[in-house]
Ligand binder design. Structure first.
Ligand code: SF4
Length: 102
């Protein structure tokens, strides 16, 4: 029998892998309103800051979001609040992330 305290703590990636997502097809709860002058530094920073990797640069060098794996942390909402580029809401009931604790 293995004592619980003898087991190494799981890595963050292993913990995140336990989460499950119910994707609301065609109704992303995070959307970008792109500006003609280009993406703000705040929006560009989300390609590094989003813990779920939802933000990336497309071939045109603009930021895009695929929120299927969103953890609903709200970081992008806060970071981009002053720029107005992000429209953010919680997913509809029954959709979004399903956290597994323990
Ligand atoms: S709420 Fe958090 S996890 Fe979801 S897209 Fe924004 S930064 Fe990423």
């Amino acid at each position: 029998m293995t004592d619980k305290k003898d087991k190494p703590a799981p890595k963050m990636e292993e913990r995140l892998y336990q989460n499950r997502y119910q994707v609301d097809e065609g109704r992303s709860h995070v959307q970008i309103h792109q500006q003609n002058k280009g993406d703000s530094p705040e929006l560009q920073a989300m390609t590094d800051l989003c813990p779920a990797g939802c933000y990336r640069l497309n071939e045109a060098g603009r930021v895009e979001v695929v929120a299927d794996g969103c953890m609903e942390c709200g970081s992008c909402r806060i970071v981009c609040q002053s720029t107005g580029e992000i429209e953010w809401s919680y997913p509809r009931g029954g959709y979004g992330i399903l956290f597994k604790f323990g």
